[in-house]
Design a protein around this ligand. Structure first.
Ligand code: FES
Length: 60
């Protein structure tokens, strides 16, 4: 994988995986910490928004 390129994809379980050099901020422009690869919540159930915390696995 070319680490200089950004790759973003959505998994079937809802999480959005981000790989590569990106700058993630809140709506005010404050930097949000993350690793080289991280996942954003796409299901709306995370208790650690905007990150995926695995809550998409919970049964309703
Ligand atoms: S996608 Fe994982 S908690 Fe929402």
């Amino acid at each position: 994988m070319d680490k200089s390129k950004v790759r973003i994809f959505r998994k079937a379980n809802g999480k959005i995986v981000i790989e590569g050099p990106v700058r993630l901020t809140d709506e005010k422009g404050n930097e949000l910490p993350h690793g080289d690869t991280f996942s954003l919540c796409g299901c709306g159930k995370s208790k650690r928004m905007p990150y995926c915390d695995g809550s998409h696995k919970e049964q309703i």
